[in-house]
Ligand binder design. Structure first.
Ligand code: HEC
Ligand code: HEC
Length: 265
């Protein structure tokens, strides 16, 4: 305090000023470093979430995919995302997802909660788990645009194979398969100008992201109707990419959807 007062006094002591500048540099340098380390952890954590993003969304109100939406999961009650059907084993667990529980579950889901239905082998690297959990703890609002775009662009790329049989644009004619504009959230087999197979007609409900994920994953041969084998859709990340991309084909996201449609053709 004494030093500060004399520093602020009108008669500037230059040697003391130099000392302050040097001290200041010392004070700033470590903070700058730890800030860089922090963003590094966040980036690595988000990158590690790439292993989860095929099954989990992170944004508030995001859809359940194969796994529940994970918004604000750190500190959240276990098995408590509304609208998701959990296994009895996860439902039987008491408490919240804290550091310790997340760490054990993510490392070895099958060992940590025997009988739970998360089809994931585990993230074995302790460093990656630590970064990922810190990222989850920071309560991310969404994936950074660059990362989210990677998923959509991957979907758009994969969708070029669908374009052989499907049109994607609003109001476009059916092809070998029905037009897919607005398919996410649409009733199954509901394009009235398209002649569906009985098999698809018998399926009831809406094409939610979960229903689409199951549809694309359910058969090794992917042989619903006249669908051909889509090996690449056996990978959850690819299914997630396609579904994220399909969900851009809607009135609300029209501008983006049209842009993506052009990319897919
Ligand atoms: C192949 C799909 C899949 C992958 C990949 C996956 N999960 Fe899951 N996850 C699930 C399913 C399904 C459940 C529900 C498990 C149950 O009900 O038994 C789940 C449940 C969870 C839960 C419990 C959520 C709650 O509301 O209680 C957490 C936490 C979680 N996963 C984290 C992760 C993390 C982190 C990763 C990546 C390191 C990951 N998961 C990768 C499918 C997946
Ligand atoms: C070889 C042609 C062909 C290809 C390629 C193809 N589809 Fe299809 N798709 C069809 C046909 C035909 C139907 C109608 C199936 C029926 O009636 O059983 C269909 C139906 C669908 C449906 C249900 C639509 C509704 O209105 O209920 C979705 C969703 C779908 N396809 C998505 C895709 C995606 C995504 C791809 C690319 C990964 C793809 N399809 C590739 C021919 C194809």
């Amino acid at each position: 305090m004494l030093a500060v007062t004399s520093f602020l006094s009108p008669s500037i002591n230059w040697s003391r000023l130099n000392l302050w500048i040097v001290l200041g540099a010392f004070l700033v340098a470590p903070t700058g470093l730890s800030f860089a380390a922090e963003t590094d952890t966040m980036q690595k954590g988000e990158a590690a979430f790439g292993q989860c993003a095929g099954c989990h969304t992170i944004e508030e109100g995001g859809p359940h995919l194969t796994g529940p939406n994970l918004h604000a999961v750190f500190g959240r009650d276990i098995a408590n995302a509304p609208g998701f059907t959990y296994s009895d084993q996860l439902l039987a667990m008491q408490g919240v997802w804290d550091q310790n529980r997340l760490n054990r579950y993510i490392a070895r889901p099958k060992l940590a909660v025997p009988g739970n239905k998360m089809p994931y082998l585990g993230l074995t690297s302790p460093h990656m788990r630590s970064d990922l959990i810190q990222w989850l703890e920071s309560n991310p609002a969404k994936l950074s645009p660059a990362r989210a775009n990677t998923s959509i662009m991957n979907g758009a790329r994969l969708a070029t194979a669908c374009a052989a049989c499907h049109s994607f644009g609003k109001g476009e004619a059916n092809s070998i398969g029905p037009n897919l504009w607005g398919v996410v959230g649409r009733l199954i087999a509901s394009v009235d100008t398209f002649d569906y197979s009985e098999r698809l007609m018998r399926r009831s409900g809406t094409w939610t992201t979960t229903a689409l994920d199951e549809f694309f994953a359910e058969s090794k041969e992917f042989e619903q109707g006249s669908h051909m084998a889509f090996r690449r859709l056996m990978h959850v990340e690819n299914r997630q990419g396609i579904i994220t991309w399909l969900s851009t084909l809607s009135d609300e996201k029209e501008a983006l959807g049209n842009k993506m449609t052009t990319t897919a053709k």
